[in-house]
Design a protein around this ligand. Structure first.
Ligand code: NCD
Length: 328
């Protein structure tokens, strides 16, 4: 599912944001730099800039979400766009036709951008292939495939905590890699940013085949995987995506892979702990760690707004420039 050509304009600018796979290091860095300036905006008492005034953005969510949907909504509002939230409960089998119909109807209302979340992998790409030329699509999570804005807010958090030189960093991603769109997007982004050592730590049943081809080192023992890590990213156990019994029990999972203060002490003393949320306390991690001094879990949420502002404004930039040129 290569998104590269679809999401990049002929002049190298962002058209859609569907996946971190196939992007360039320059584009990722541009997103992070632009988010840095928007982080300043969101910290002011007046949090709005007029960049997307007059634009209409639709949050098209076919799957439940709180954090991601609200931060996309806030990001759009802080860019002065008009936002519509549409939550659709659609079954996968009826997808094809209803999806195109929904799309056509919304486009008839002169929409400029779709932010899409769907339980099926590939939905955002499908929509991107069918929208009008001036419309941009942002993937807010598709099945177990990709969640690129989450990955970028994670990269932003790492850069803020550890500086821009990813080459000297060891990042351990711990947990349900098999079902995680977040992990996949993170790995592509970490590779593009030349991260020194990217590790996956999980039981054999929660690691997809051929994961090493993504350029990561695989560990089945949490203590080994945590050794000297600069950043630990915990993943949620994605029960809703597990078809069979892949785990003996949550208690057993916690015993082997749950992050406690004691296990965390194997990582570097200044280790940063991250989690995309929602956290299952007492399953992936202890509350002491989730709420502890190393945790930046709530900062991730805050940064998500600035990163989404960056991605939205970059994808719309070309349209805005074209219109401005047309008017002069
Ligand atoms: C993630 C998601 O929905 O993919 N959460 C999020 O976007 N904040 C991760 C998860 O659900 O575990």
């Amino acid at each position: 599912m290569k998104a590269g050509n679809l999401q990049i304009r002929p002049d190298g600018r962002l058209r859609h944001f569907l996946s971190t796979e196939g992007l360039t290091r320059e584009l990722l860095t541009e997103i992070l730099d632009s988010a840095e300036s928007f982080a300043g905006v969101t910290e002011q008492s007046v949090k709005k800039v007029p960049l997307l005034r007059g634009k209409t953005i639709v949050n098209l969510f076919f799957e439940a979400s709180t954090r991601t949907r609200t931060t996309f909504e806030l990001a759009a509002k802080r860019l002065s766009a008009d936002v519509l939230n549409i939550n659709v409960n659609a079954s996968a089998t009826t997808k094809g036709e209803t999806l195109l119909d929904t799309l056509r109807n919304l486009q008839a209302m002169h929409i400029d951008m779709f932010v899409v979340r769907h339980a099926d992998s590939g939905t955002a790409h499908f929509i991107a292939r069918h929208v009008q030329p001036h419309v941009s699509v942002i993937n807010a999570g598709d099945g177990r495939h990709a969640h690129p804005t989450q990955a970028m807010l994670d990269m932003f958090t790492i850069r803020r905590e550890k500086g821009a030189d990813f080459g000297r960093l060891t990042v351990a991603i711990v947990g349900d890699m098999a079902h995680s769109r977040v992990a996949r997007s993170q790995i592509h982004a970490l590779n593009l940013l030349n991260t020194g050592d990217v590790r996956i730590v999980a039981p054999r049943t929660l690691i997809p085949a051929h994961v090493e081809s993504l350029g990561v080192r695989v560990f089945h023992d949490l203590r080994e995987g945590l050794r000297d890590a600069d950043v630990v990213i915990m993943l949620r156990l994605q029960r809703e995506r597990m078809l069979g019994a892949l785990l003996p029990s949550e208690h057993e999972y916690y015993r082997l892979y749950g992050l406690t203060e004691e296990k965390l002490s194997i990582a570097k003393p200044d280790v940063t702990v991250m989690h995309p949320g929602p956290i299952n306390r007492g399953v992936e991690m202890d509350s002491q760690v989730a709420d502890g001094p190393q945790s930046v879990i709530l900062q991730q949420v805050t940064y998500g707004i600035a990163v989404r502002m960056a991605v939205m404004s970059m994808a719309m930039q070309q349209n805005t420039t074209q219109e401005a040129n047309a008017q002069t």
